[in-house]
Design a protein around this ligand. Structure first.
Ligand SMILES: C[S@@+](CC[C@H](N)C(=O)[O-])C[C@H]1O[C@@H](n2cnc3c(N)ncnc32)[C@H](O)[C@@H]1O
Length: 220
């Protein structure tokens, strides 16, 4: 009798990695990882803008324990960001909401996932003291977009993101000046820049592949 055995696949592949992009309705980061072959999913309480079958419409806390390899999250910044700090003094009831937002942020940052990146704009001092300083700040103009919007990345077991395409200073505009008032202004303003998403997928995707291929090549 002849046996046909499938050769054992020792090399790790992008599809072997489960990636959760939390608080994402746009699918920008999910698509960047999927383009490279990763098993990436987005999750938001809102439906996916692109009607993708790879979107989980629910509270992300319901799916956090589903054995993800990498978590990237964009939690709401309304009560955490520096630009909204004056409201904390003018409307003290917002402090309760700020503490809820901090608890949510920390739940994501300390989730039981080996590699984590949480993204948020520059925080006010109260929030930053209770969370911690970000690992790094990035700007869209470092990733090919002629826009200034200083954004923090809080990283766990991930390398800092390296700029991919720096736009000359004289071409850069302030992000807040770009969007006129409209009901979905917050959506337009909160959508992740595609150049940043591409850098995350290429650099962190490569990082995951490299650490796991090192492990599979080790002889025990
Ligand atoms: C600042 S926006 C981030 C948008 C993201 N950058 C994108 O490109 O889609 C924050 C998102 O978090 C979502 N959100 C808030 N609480 C959530 C929760 N508990 N679980 C999942 N998504 C949540 C909101 O619906 C909103 O879409």
């Amino acid at each position: 009798m002849q046996l046909f055995l499938k050769p054992l696949r020792t090399q790790v592949q992008p599809e072997d990695f489960k990636i959760l992009v939390a608080c994402e309705f746009s699918g920008v980061v999910r698509r960047a990882f999927r383009r490279l072959g990763f098993n990436a999913w987005s999750c938001d309480i809102l439906p996916a803008e692109d009607n993708s079958p790879y979107h989980l419409q629910c509270d992300v806390r319901e799916v956090l324990n589903q054995h993800w390899d990498l978590l990237i999250a964009h939690p709401p910044c309304t009560y955490l960001c520096n630009s909204g700090v004056r409201w904390l003094h003018e409307r003290p009831e917002r402090r309760v909401l700020m503490h809820r937002a901090i608890d949510f942020f920390l739940e994501l940052l300390h989730a039981n996932v080996p590699h984590i990146a949480i993204e948020n704009p520059v925080m006010h001092g109260y929030a930053q003291r209770l969370i911690r300083k970000p690992t790094q700040y990035i700007q869209p103009f470092q990733f090919g977009h002629p826009v200034s919007k200083k954004t923090g990345l809080w990283l766990k077991n991930l390398p800092k993101l390296k700029p991919t395409k720096i736009v000359p200073k004289e071409q850069v505009r302030q992000e807040v000046l770009l969007e006129p008032p409209s009901p979905d202004r917050w959506k337009k303003r909160s959508r992740t820049f595609s150049g940043v998403a591409k850098a995350m997928a290429e650099q962190w995707g490569e990082f995951l592949l490299s650490i796991f291929s090192d492990l599979t090549q080790k002889k025990f």
